[in-house]
Design a protein around this ligand. Structure first.
Ligand code: ZN
Length: 253
């Protein structure tokens, strides 16, 4: 991301909290290269198409994200075509799993004064007797990159919440499946992605018959906190190096 002015940089990559500027966790972790993203762009008509799909997909993701957080707050959000399958899947998930969310920590601003960074965590929950950060993703898989972001939230918060010991990704997604061959279809940002099952060679030739859209929930715990947090601080050092000119102007470095 290129910034033209100092204000743009401060606004786009950090938070101003009581007159002190802190870099944002999501901006810091974006320094890590994502090879899968290059492959994705390479498969599109042009860069603009990718940006358009990404934006629409992010908007849809935000709606699902907000609706799930509303359920966590004990509210009954109004559901739309975009949010209904995912939210219903989350409610079903709650029937079969013990998830206690602390409403005080939904969208909570987190500050690490020692390392000087800030972020916003989605939620804090108690699952299976353990307390941890719960981060909601609407991606089609749980990527290892999420370890960095969530470890950055755990570090300052575990001094405030003595029982906080872990973190989870709650992946909330929705897809259709083919009644004939078992292929799945996801529509994100107006672009559809079809995956055929590897063990069905005829799926490629199938004239798919799609089911209604169904929500999908996946919960995954990350356990290597020390390693992840060390890697986050490494990413932060690289991020600072990349933006050193802006940071000097702010008086950060
Ligand atoms: Zn099919």
């Amino acid at each position: 991301m290129d910034y033209k002015t100092l204000d743009e940089f401060k606004e786009g990559s950090g938070y101003l909290i009581e007159d002190v500027w802190y870099p944002r966790v999501t901006s810091i972790v974006s320094i890590k290269a994502k090879p899968a993203l290059y492959r994705y762009y390479a498969g599109l008509k042009n860069f603009e198409e990718g940006e358009k799909i990404k934006q629409q997909s992010a908007d849809e993701g935000t709606l699902v994200h907000e609706a799930v957080q509303a359920v966590m707050r004990g509210e009954e959000p109004e559901l739309t075509e975009v949010t209904k399958p995912a939210v219903e899947a989350y409610m079903k998930f709650l029937e079969n799993n013990s998830v206690e969310v602390d409403a005080n920590y939904i969208e909570r601003r987190i500050i690490n004064h020692d390392e000087r960074y800030s972020g916003t965590c989605d939620a804090v929950a108690i699952i299976g007797g353990k307390m941890g950060i719960l981060d909601i993703k609407t991606s089609q898989a749980i990527y290892r990159d999420y370890c960095l972001q969530t470890s950055a939230y755990v570090e300052p918060l575990r001094h405030e919440l003595k029982d906080l010991s872990t973190r989870w990704i709650l992946r909330v997604d929705q897809s259709q499946s083919c009644r004939k061959c078992g292929a799945t279809r996801r529509t994100k940002g107006g672009k559809e992605k079809i995956r055929t099952p590897w063990n069905n060679p005829y799926a490629k030739f199938c004239v798919h018959e799609w089911s209604e859209t169904k929500g999908e929930i996946e919960l995954k715990e990350f356990t290597d906190f020390d390693e992840d947090y060390r890697a986050f601080l490494g990413a932060k050092a690289l991020w600072e190096w990349e933006h050193i000119d802006w940071l000097k102007q702010i008086g950060y470095k």
